[in-house]
Design a protein around this ligand. Structure first.
Ligand SMILES: NC(=O)c1ccc[n+]([C@@H]2O[C@H](COP(=O)([O-])OP(=O)(O)OC[C@H]3O[C@@H](n4cnc5c(N)ncnc54)[C@H](OP(=O)(O)O)[C@@H]3O)[C@@H](O)[C@H]2O)c1
Length: 334
């Protein structure tokens, strides 16, 4: 196995501290230690991949590096009895694609604890349409529901709604019976957002309160926030009594300036969402939900399929400029 050569994206730092991406050849022997060697069929593009692929050292400390925080494929070698050659599996999160060689390659080698058996009723391709973004959306929705938020309590809000996490959160919440309001910087995408289940479209500027008031008219029974910053602060101020806000992303800012009043006067809860180190029992439960009760009719509507690793370059640029929509998956091998 060690001599197998394979195709991978390689991101390198040049002498003048620039980062360049190329598609090159690597060998299995150069992959990190791990119990399970997987031939990758599909990967996907998440916000974090775009950062890793462009030299963000908050995500990836050392280059050269192969990004890709998601991978789905077939086990080709394993020292772990629970994983057998031929098994269809997926890996998202943990350190994959961050400081461990990632899914933008025909092979990955990972610890067995990172490997999730492909749920019944989901193909490898579909599992990457969800990927980390879909997993995070579903985890956010699980936490909202478990905190007691229900469709009869009023509408829910999703921010960054045309993004990967946002699109899937909109679609899951609509499927679960909620009236969904979608915050977007792209009002022109209203038809897309309606198609995947949003009832109301809110321009990002209208969800970005500048009044300085600690609380505003309560509207939302729950919120799935993907952007952070003042849009998250505004969502907290407009959440109804006893409502829950989940937060997973920092697209606009990693800071949150708010007051304690929505929490102590309205009993609002703020829940942090982490997909990376999500414990295995919860991880498996969320994947089961995605494959079954929350399996979306709109998977193709939200998906752009890139035919090969070479096609990732342009899409990474679009995502970093906030110009992409929904989910991009990339075909890695047949
Ligand atoms: N905590 C976790 O485990 C976890 C897991 C996955 C992702 N994340 C984080 O979640 C966030 C979303 O990830 P993603 O993969 O969905 O990214 P994405 O596909 O790039 O979506 C981000 C969306 O944010 C919105 N946006 C961009 N710039 C904005 C601005 N200036 N103001 C307001 N909204 C803006 C855009 O939606 P509109 O065009 O509709 O406005 C964009 O599509 C990222 O910060 C990512 O790192 C966290």
């Amino acid at each position: 196995m060690d001599d197998i050569a394979f195709k991978a994206m390689i991101v390198e730092e040049t002498a003048d501290k620039h980062f360049v991406r190329r598609i090159g050849e690597r060998r299995v022997r150069d992959l990190p230690e791990g119990q399970v060697l997987i031939q990758v069929r599909y990967s996907s593009l998440n916000y974090k991949d775009a950062l890793s692929a462009s030299g963000n050292k908050g995500v990836t400390r050392k280059y050269p590096h192969t990004p890709g925080i998601d991978a789905a494929g077939v086990v080709v070698d394993s020292s772990e009895p629970a994983c057998q050659p031929g098994d269809q599996v997926l890996v998202t999160g943990f350190d994959l694609g961050m400081n461990t060689s990632g899914g933008y390659a025909e092979y990955i080698r990972v610890p067995a604890a990172w490997v999730v058996p492909l749920p019944a009723n989901l193909s490898l391709r579909e599992s990457m349409i969800y990927g980390t973004a879909g997993f995070t959306a579903a985890l956010s929705c699980c936490r909202l529901l478990e905190s007691g938020v229900a469709p009869d309590q009023g509408p829910v809000l999703v921010t960054g709604a045309t993004g990967g996490v946002g699109s899937i959160a909109v679609a899951i919440l609509a499927k679960a019976g909620f009236a969904v309001a979608a915050v977007t910087t792209k009002p022109g995408e209203a038809p897309y957002l309606h198609q995947i289940g949003a009832q109301e479209i809110i321009a990002a500027a209208d969800a970005d309160d500048q009044s300085g008031r600690p609380m505003l008219k309560p509207r939302w029974a729950g919120v799935v926030d993907t952007v952070g910053g003042n849009i998250l602060a505004t969502a907290i101020k407009t959440t109804r009594y006893g409502g829950t806000v989940t937060c997973c992303g920092n697209v606009t800012s990693g800071e949150l300036h708010t007051s304690i009043y929505p929490f102590i006067l309205n009993g609002v809860s703020l829940l942090g969402i982490d997909s990376v180190n999500c414990p295995t029992p919860l991880r498996l439960r969320v994947w089961e939900k995605l494959a079954d009760a929350w399996k979306l009719e709109h998977l193709e509507t939200i998906t752009t399929e890139l035919p090969n690793l070479e096609a990732l370059d342009e899409r990474i640029g679009l995502l970093l400029q906030g110009k992409s929509r929904g989910r991009a998956i990339v075909k890695i091998s047949d």
